[in-house]
Write a protein that binds this ligand. Sequence first.
Ligand code: 5GP
Ligand code: ZN
Length: 109
Amino acid sequence: MCIFCKIVKGEIPNQTILEDENFLAFNDINPTRKIHVLIIPKEHYDSFDVVPSNIMADMTTFIQKVAAKLDIKQSGYRLITNIGDHGGQEVHHLHFHLIGGEPVGRLVR
Ligand code: 5GP
Ligand code: ZN
């Protein structure tokens, strides 16, 4: 079982920000910004590349609720999802990184 499925099952502890029947938002163990939250579906999908669009639609609503709860809708934030080798994905359970709480800067090469 993957590490995020273990978090969903409660076998690995997490700092939960928001949870509903289908989704979970929790603090990244190694935060890169003041706010660094991971948002996952409780059901396992390897990445964004394979998630059904109806699940993604519900996940969009959930992510917006997470931003509201963190009170960053005014200040803004960045959402990232890494896909596969070239995307730099390390945990192969779909997750969005929500980073913010401070200016996160431009995407530069
Ligand atoms: P990826 O590179 O796959 O997009 O990102 C995986 C993220 O998961 C990394 O930012 C890493 O810090 C985070 N992570 C890995 N293991 C754990 C864990 O056990 N708990 C939490 N909260 N985050 C984790
Ligand atoms: Zn999983």
